[in-house]
Design a protein around this ligand. Structure first.
Ligand code: GBH
Length: 487
C-alpha cells in the first residue's frame, strides 16, 4: 500500500476557493450592466442543458454578505472570483463606465478584506461584452487594445485592494469551445483548425499588454502579482514502453498547455506546435500555416509576462498514438464530426480513460490524482520552475441532492496529497491551492445539473440559501492544520 504523505505546505500557502461572474452573479440587467456573450448564448434555444440561464444564477450580485459569510465558515485565506466586463463597461469600451458595476466589486473587495480574506481576481472568465463580439470579438485584433484599456481601468479602480490578478481563465476553452466547436459562447462552430488559432493569438497578445500595463504603471505602488490561468489534463501514455505513445501523450500536453505557456514562459510557440500545424496546413493546400506568427518584437513583448503559473486541473487520460488520417479526408468532415473526433484526435492521438478511475457527475471528469503531481512536474521542467498557484481543482455530482458528499472529501484528500508530494518530494514551487467551487452554480453548457460546490444552493427556495455540504468541514480541517495528512 502506498503511504500517505505527512508534511507542511509553506507558511504563507494560499488556501482558496473559486467562482466566476457569470456562474454566480445573476443581476444580468441590473444597474446598467451590458449583455455578455453568455447572456445571449444562454437565451438561445438548446445551447444550455434544460435551457438554464444565468439571469439570476446564485444572485451573488445581491448577496455579498452571504457569500463572505460562507467563505469565513470555510476559513479560506483567499477567494478567487472574476469581474464581469460588461457589468463595468456595458459596451466593452472605456467610453462608458458603469459606476454601479464598479461599486459592486468595491463592496465585495471591502467585505472580503474586512473578513481577512485576500482576493484573487480574474479579469476574464468567459463573459465577453456582446458589443465587442458584434465587432468580431477575439477575431478582431482591436480586441487587444480593448482588453488592455479594461485591465488598466480595473487596476486603477480596484488595484489598491488586490494582490493577485489573473488576466484570462483557460484561454484554450475560449478559443476551442467558443470559436472552434461552438459548445461555449459565442457558439461558433468552425472546426478546431481555423479560427481558434487566431483567437488564441489575440488572447496571448492581450494578456501580455495587460501584464505590461500592470508592470509599468501599477506594480510599484500596488505591489501585486499578475499572470494567466491555463488548464490542462494530464496525458499518460497508454503503453509507456511504446515510444510513440509516450511521444503522443507529451504532444497533447504541449499542444494544450504549451499553446499558451510556451510563448508566455519560453517565447514563441513551441517547435512541435509550429511544425505540426504548418505541415497539416500545407497538406491541406494552404500556402501558409494556419497558426499565426509572432514578429520578433512581439515574441519579446510576450515572453516573461508572468509572475506565477496559474493552473486549473481536474482529470487525466491515457493516450495512444494514432497516425493522422489523411488530412484531406479530415477536412471533408463536417465540423460537428470534428467536434466528435475532438481537438485531440485531430492532432494524431486517441484518448482512453482507465476504467479503474472513478466516475463523477461530469462525463469528462475521472478521478486520477497522480496526474496532478505529474503535471506540476511537467510545468516545473518545461517552464523554468515557476511559482505555481493551482487556481482550480475539484469534482462534481449530479442528480439527487446528498449533502453528505464524501466523494468530494475523497477527491480533495487524494489530489491535495499529490500536490504535497510535488512540493515536498519533487521541489515544485507550489504557492497555493484553490478548490472549485465555493457553491453550486451554472456549470456552463451543463447548466445547473452538475454541481461542484462546497455549498449546495437550494434553487427551489427564492432566497437561494447556501447550505453546507459535508466537504465544508473537511476542507476547513485541511486549512486549519496548515498541512495535509490523512484524517
Ligand atoms: C473550469 O474549466 C472552468 O474554469 C470553470 O468555470 C468550470 O465551472 C469548471 O472548470 C468545471 O467544469 O464537454 O466533454 O467537451 C475546466 C476545464 C475543460 C472542463 C473542458 C469541461 C469540457 C469537456 N474544462 N471540459 S467536453
Amino acid at each position: 500500500m502506498k503511504k500517505m504523505l505527512y508534511g507542511h505546505f509553506r507558511e504563507d500557502f494560499m488556501w482558496s476557493t473559486a467562482s466566476s461572474a457569470y456562474q454566480i452573479e445573476g443581476g444580468w440587467r441590473a444597474d446598467g450592466k451590458g449583455l455578455s456573450i453568455w447572456d445571449k448564448f444562454a437565451h438561445s434555444p438548446s445551447r444550455i442543458l434544460n435551457d438554464d440561464v444565468g439571469d439570476i444564477a446564485c444572485d451573488s450580485y445581491n448577496k455579498i454578505e452571504e457569500d463572505v459569510a460562507i467563505l469565513k465558515q470555510l476559513k479560506v485565506s483567499h477567494y478567487r472570483f472574476s469581474i464581469s466586463w460588461p457589468r463595468v463597461l456595458p459596451d466593452g469600451t472605456i467610453n462608458h463606465i458603469n459606476e454601479a458595476g464598479i461599486n459592486y466589486y468595491q463592496k465585495l473587495l471591502n467585505a472580503l478584506l474586512a473578513a481577512n480574506i485576500q482576493p484573487q481576481v480574474t479579469l476574464y472568465h468567459w463573459d465577453l461584452p456582446q458589443a465587442i463580439e458584434d465587432y468580431g470579438g477575439f477575431l478582431n485584433d482591436s480586441f487587444v487594445k480593448l482588453f488592455r484599456d479594461y485591465a488598466d481601468l480595473m487596476f486603477d479602480r480596484l488595484g489598491s485592494k488586490v494582490k493577485i490578478w489573473i488576466t484570462f481563465n483557460e484561454p484554450i476553452m475560449v478559443a476551442n469551445h467558443g470559436y472552434g466547436f461552438g459548445g461555449f459562447a459565442p457558439g461558433i462552430n468552425s472546426g478546431p483548425d481555423t479560427l481558434p488559432y487566431i483567437v488564441g493569438h489575440n488572447l496571448i497578445k492581450a494578456h501580455a499588454e495587460a501584464w505590461h500595463v500592470y508592470n509599468d504603471k501599477y506594480r510599484a505602488k500596488q505591489n501585486g502579482k499578475i499572470s494567466i490561468t491555463l488548464n490542462s489534463d494530464w496525458s499518460e501514455p497508454r503503453n509507456p514502453y511504446r515510444q510513440e505513445d509516450y511521444d503522443a501523450a507529451r504532444r497533447v500536453v504541449e499542444f494544450y498547455l504549451g499553446w499558451f505557456a510556451h510563448p508566455i514562459f519560453n517565447g514563441d510557440y513551441s517547435e512541435i506546435v509550429k511544425t505540426r500545424i504548418r505541415d497539416r496546413s500545407l497538406a491541406l493546400h494552404f500556402n501558409f500555416s494556419r497558426l499565426p506568427e509572432f514578429t520578433p518584437e512581439e515574441i519579446k513583448r510576450v515572453k516573461g509576462t508572468h509572475d506565477f503559473f496559474g493552473l486549473n486541473h481536474y482529470t487525466s487520460s491515457h493516450l495512444k498514438n494514432k497516425y493522422l488520417l489523411d488530412p484531406l479526408l479530415m477536412s471533408s468532415f463536417s465540423s460537428s464530426l470534428c467536434t466528435l473526433l475532438n481537438f485531440v484526435l485531430c492532432r494524431g492521438v486517441v484518448t482512453v480513460s482507465d476504467r479503474v478511475w472513478l466516475d463523477t457527475g461530469s462525463v469528462w471528469l475521472k478521478v486520477a490524482p497522480f496526474g496532478l503531481r505529474k503535471l506540476l512536474n511537467f510545468i516545473k521542467e518545461q517552464y523554468g520552475n515557476p511559482p505555481i498557484i493551482i487556481t482550480e481543482n475539484g469534482v462534481s455530482e449530479k442528480g439527487t441532492v446528498d449533502l453528505n458528499d464524501v466523494h468530494r472529501n475523497y477527491y480533495y484528500e487524494k489530489y491535495i496529497n499529490q500536490v504535497l508530494k510535488a512540493y515536498l518530494l519533487d521541489g515544485v514551487d507550489v504557492r497555493g491551492y484553490t478548490a472549485w467551487s465555493l457553491m453550486d452554480n451554472l456549470e456552463w453548457a451543463a447548466g445547473f445539473s452538475e454541481r461542484f460546490g462546497f455549498f449546495y444552493v437550494n434553487r427551489s427556495d427564492p432566497n437561494l440559501p447556501r447550505v453546507p455540504k459535508n466537504s465544508v468541514n473537511f476542507y476547513t480541517k485541511v486549512i486549519k492544520s496548515k498541512h495535509y495528512s490523512q484524517p
